[in-house]
Design a binder for this molecule. Structure first.
Ligand code: MIC
Ligand code: SF4
Length: 755
C-alpha cells in the first residue's frame, strides 16, 4: 500500500481547479514548475501572478523529510514549538551516522552501538509526534523517498540539500534548513522567493558509456556551482522521456551542486513504470486522471524561450562520459580530454579507491550497469587495480540486487567492499586506512560532492565524480585517464582486451523485493511517549532560545575572519567526525569555520584574536569575544554557504555571538538559515569593498536601527591607523524575516504566536 495515498489523492483532486486559477492569474501557458508551485499556494487558489526572482510566496508543501544528521536539530526545535503532532506527513531517516570501514554487517552494528543515544532520541521523537522513522540500514533518505513517498506534481521540503532528488518523479522537492521544516511540521506556511526558471531541452538518446549522470555533469560544467541559484531547472524533450525515473533522479539530485532550488521532469511512462515497480499502481491511476497537469502546457515545450528565463539544449546522442573535479563538482572534463588536463594540472592519475553509491547513484539500474562492467572484466580475465566500495541506496535495492546476482558480481573482485545502505564515504563516514598520512592521491566516485576533505578527511585527496559505470571501469584500470571507449587493458594472460559497453536493467524483471525494509510507524497517539535528553549528554542538548535584538546599532564589532575563496558549509561546519555532535549545539560549535581559509594569512583555523593580538583557532577566538561581550562579524567571498542544508552552519555563529555575515554572494539555503536563526546576512553593494576590510578593523553599523525592507545597511570599518571606510551592504529580508531578526529567531516568533 502506498504511504499517505489519501493525501496524494486530495492533492490531485484540487489540481484542476487550482491550475485553472493559476492560468487566469498568470495569463499564459504554464511550465510544469509553475503548475506545481501555483497548486501549492498557502492561500489556495492563485489570485495574482508572482514575479519570478522577486516576490516572496507562501507555500503549503505536502510532506517533509529529514535525515538523522539534520533531524536532530530540526526536531529539537520542533519540540519547542509546542505542538502535539506534525501537521503534514513527515519522515526521518537514519543514514548519515553510519560509518564505512570493513563492510555492511559489522559497520552497521558498530554504528548502532556508537549512536544509540541519538537513534533512540530520533525514534522516540518520531513516535511521539507522528513521524515515520526509517531505521539505520534502511537506506539513504533520497532513495527511500523516491521509492516510497515521491509523487508526480507533489511538493515537499527536506532537511537535506539533495531532497531535490525527488524531481526524478516529477515533484518540486526542495532542500531547507531544519527551522523551515519546523514551520511546515507546525502547520504554518513555508516561504520561498518565487524561483526563476531554467529550461533544459534534452534531445537524442543516451548510448554506449554515457549515462544520466553525464547529463548533470555536463550541466554543472555549463552553469557552474552558482548558475542555478534561485532557479528551478525543468528538463523536457524526447531525451528527457527516454531516461529512467532513477536516472532523472540522478540529474535532479545534482542540481544541488549548481545551486538550483530544485529540478524536475514532467510525468511520463518512465515514472509510471517506476511507480508501478515500487508498488504504487494506485498513484499511477490517480496521476493518469490529471496527467495533462503533471507536465507543462504544450506551447511551453514548443517555444521554451518564451516561457523560461534561460534555455539550454543538450543532445544526449552526442554527450560523452565526464569526470568532474577535483575539489568542485563543476569542473567538467569529457573523458577524451581528461589525460591532457590531468597532466597539465598535476592531478594524480593512479586510483586506489573507486566508490559507487550515495543518494545520487545507488539505484537498481546503477548497480546493474556497474555490475555488467565487472562481469565483463571477470570474463575477460582482467583483475581490478583499485578497491571497489559499494553503498546500495536502500535495503530494497540491496535485497533485490542480491537476489538478482549483482552483488555477487561485485564480489567476484577480491577487493570489493559492500558497505551499509547509507551515506558512508559520501559524508566522510569513511575510516579509510592511511588517510591520516595526508598523501596526495586521487579517488573516483559516483557521489555528488567532492569538496576538499569531504570523503576521507585528507585535504590532498583529489576526488572526481563520474557515473557508476565509469567508476567501475576506472576501478578496474586503476587509472583516472582510462578511456573505456578507446583504451585496452591487459588481462591475466597478457592479452589486450577492451571492456564492453555497460548493459543493465532499468527495473528488476522479477519486481522489487525486500525482507525487512527498516520502517517504523509512529504511534497513533504519542502523548505518552517520553523523549529523554540526558543533561550530561555530549551528543544531545536541549535548545535555549536566542536573545531578541535590543533595537540598537551593533557597535565596535570585530572581524572574526575574512574567508578567502570557496567557503562551503563543509568549511563552516565540517561533517565527518563532527556529525556526532549534530544534536549538541555547544559542542558542534567547536568546529565553526575551522575549514575556512583566513584571507589574511591563507591558513585555516588560525585567526587573530583582536583582544590579545595572538592567533588562535576560530571557535576559541570567537568564544573569547563572546565572553568579553564583544560582537563580531564574518566576511566571505562568492556563493558563501554553498552545499549542504545544515543549519548548524548558521546556528553555530549565532550561538557563539557572531552578529552578521557579510559576503559577496550567498547560497540560497544558507542565507535563509541565517535569517531563520536571527542573524544578519548581508552582501556587498560593491564587491570590491571585500578588499577594503582589514584584519584589525572595528565595525560599526550606522543604520541598523532603521532596518527595513529594501533599504541597504551602512557599515563603517575603522582601520588600525584610524582611517575609515564606509561599506554599503544589501539584504533580502522581507517584513516577516525582519520580524525573525527582531525576535531573535523564527522559532521565537512561532512560540510567541502559539502562546
Ligand atoms: C551533504 O550531502 O552535505 C549532507 C550531509 O547530506 C547535507 C546535510 C547535512 O549536512 O546533514 C546536505 O546536503 O544538506
Ligand atoms: Fe548522504 Fe551524500 Fe546524499 Fe548527502 S549527498 S544525503 S551525505 S549520500
Amino acid at each position: 500500500m502506498t504511504f499517505d495515498i489519501d493525501m496524494i489523492k486530495k492533492v490531485y483532486e484540487r489540481y484542476p481547479s487550482r491550475i485553472e486559477a493559476a492560468r487566469q492569474a498568470v495569463g499564459k501557458p504554464l511550465t510544469l514548475s509553475e503548475k506545481i508551485l501555483y497548486t501549492h499556494l498557502w492561500q489556495g487558489n492563485a489570485t495574482q501572478p508572482h514575479e519570478r526572482g522577486n516576490s516572496y510566496v507562501d507555500f503549503a508543501p505536502d510532506r517533509v523529510a529529514m535525515q538523522d544528521a539534520t533531524a536532530q536539530m530540526a526536531l529539537l526545535q520542533f519540540m519547542q514549538a509546542g505542538k502535539t503532532k506534525v501537521a503534514v506527513p513527515s519522515t526521518a531517516h537514519a543514514d548519515h551516522l553510519i560509518q564505512a570501514k570493513v563492510g555492511a554487517e559489522k559497520d552497521l552494528q558498530e554504528s548502532i552501538n556508537k549512536n544509540s543515544e541519538v537513534f533512540n532520541f530520533l525514534s522516540s521523537v518520531c513516535e511521539k509526534y507522528g513521524i515515520g522513522f526509517w531505521k539505520p540500514g534502511a537506506g539513504i533518505i533520497h532513495q527511500v523517498v523516491l521509492e516510497n513517498y515521491a509523487f508526480p506534481g507533489g511538493m515537499m521540503i527536506g532537511t537535506d540539500s539533495h531532497t531535490v532528488n525527488a524531481g526524478g518523479l516529477g515533484m518540486v522537492a526542495i532542500g531547507v534548513g531544519g527551522a523551515d521544516a519546523v514551520d511546515v511540521m507546525a502547520g504554518m506556511a513555508w516561504e520561498l522567493k518565487m524561483p526563476k526558471l531554467i529550461g533544459i531541452k534534452l534531445t537524442g538518446k543516451l548510448n554506449g558509456w554515457t549515462s544520466a549522470k553525464d547529463v548533470i555533469l555536463k550541466v554543472a560544467g555549463i552553469l557552474t556551482v552558482k548558475g542555478g541559484t534561485g532557479c528551478i531547472v525543468e528538463y523536457f524533450g524526447e531525451g528527457a522521456q527516454s531516461l529512467s525515473a532513477t536516472g532523472k533522479g540522478t540529474i535532479c539530485n545534482m542540481g544541488a551542486e549548481i545551486g538550483a532550488t530544485t529540478s524536475t521532469f514532467g510525468y511520463d511512462d518512465a515514472m509510471r513504470r517506476y511507480l508501478s515497480a515500487t508498488g504504487r499502481q494506485d498513484v499511477v491511476e490517480a496521476a493518469d486522471k490529471i496527467a495533462e497537469h503533471l507536465t507543462a502546457d504544450p506551447e511551453v515545450y514548443a517555444n521554451p524561450e518564451l516561457y523560461f528565463d534561460q534555455v539550454i539544449e543538450i543532445n544526449l546522442s552526442e554527450l560523452a562520459p565526464h569526470l568532474n573535479g577535483p575539489f568542485t563538482p563543476d569542473l567538467a572534463t569529457p573523458v577524451s580530454e581528461f589525460r591532457a588536463k590531468a597532466e597539465a594540472n598535476g592531478w594524480p592519475l593512479d586510483v586506489e579507491w573507486a566508490l559507487i553509491g550515495s543518494c545520487t547513484n545507488s539505484s537498481y539500474e546503477d548497480l546493474s550497469r556497474a555490475a555488467s562492467i565487472v562481469e565483463d572484466a571477470v570474463a575477460k580475465g582482467v583483475k581490478p587495480k583499485a578497491i571497489l566500495g559499494i553503498n546500495p541506496g536502500s535495503e530494497q535495492v540491496k535485497y533485490t540486487a542480491e537476489r538478482d546476482g549483482f552483488m555477487d558480481s561485485f564480489r567476484k573482485f577480491d577487493n570489493t567492499r559492500i558497505f551499509t545502505n547509507a551515506c558512508g564515504p559520501c559524508i566522510g563516514q569513511w575510516d579509510r586506512e592511511g588517510a591520516e598520512k595526508g598523501e596526495k592521491n586521487s579517488i573516483i566516485h559516483s557521489f555528488n560532492r567532492n569538496f576538499a576533505k569531504r570523503a576521507d578527511g585528507n585535504p590532498n585527496t583529489h576526488a572526481f565524480v563520474a557515473s557508476p559505470e565509469m567508476v567501475a571501469a576506472i576501478a578496474i584500470s586503476g587509472r583516472l585517464d582510462f578511456n573505456p571507449i578507446t583504451d585496452s587493458l591487459t588481462n591475466a594472460s597478457g592479452e589486450q582486451v577492451k571492456l564492453n559497453e555497460p548493459t543493465g536493467s532499468e527495473l528488476p524483471e522479477r519486481g522489487f523485493d525486500v525482507g525487512d525494509n527498516g520502517y517504523q510507524a509512529p504511534s497513533e497517539d504519542g502523548s505518552a511517549v517520553q523523549v529523554i535528553v540526558n543533561p550530561d549528554s555530549d551528543r544531545l542538548q536541549l535548545l535555549e532560545p536566542f536573545q531578541p535584538w535590543d533595537g540598537k546599532n551593533i557597535e565596535r564589532a570585530k572581524v572574526l575572519i575574512k574567508a578567502y575563496g570557496k567557503c562551503t558549509t563543509d568549511h563552516i561546519s565540517m561533517a565527518g567526525p563532527w556529525l556526532k555532535y549534530r544534536g549538541h549545539l555547544d559542542n558542534i560549535s567547536n568546529n565553526m569555520l575551522i575549514g575556512a581559509v583566513n584571507a589574511y594569512n591563507m591558513e585555516t583555523n588560525h585567526v587573530k584574536n583582536q583582544l590579545t593580538g595572538e592567533y588562535g583557532e576560530v571557535p576559541n577566538v570567537q568564544r573569547a569575544y563572546k565572553a568579553a561581550g564583544i560582537p563580531s562579524i564574518v566576511v566571505g567571498d562568492e556563493n558563501y554557504g554553498e552545499g549542504s542544508s545544515r543549519e548548524h552552519a548558521a546556528m553555530e555563529p549565532r550561538h557563539l555571538g557572531v552578529s552578521a555575515v557579510l559576503v559577496k554572494s550567498f547560497a540560497r539555503i544558507h542565507e535563509t538559515n541565517l535569517k531563520k536563526q536571527g542573524m544578519l546576512g548581508l552582501t556587498f553593494e560593491n564587491k570590491d569593498d571585500y578588499d577594503k576590510i582589514q584584519e584589525d578593523d572595528t565595525v560599526n553599523f550606522l543604520d541598523l536601527d532603521q532596518f527595513a525592507v529594501g533599504k541597504p545597511l551602512t557599515l563603517e570599518f575603522v582601520h588600525a591607523d584610524g582611517s575609515r571606510d564606509i561599506v554599503v551592504t544589501n539584504h533580502t529580508y522581507n517584513d516577516q524575516q525582519i520580524g525573525w531578526f527582531k525576535a531573535g529567531s523564527a522559532l521565537n516568533l512561532i512560540k510567541q504566536m502559539g502562546n
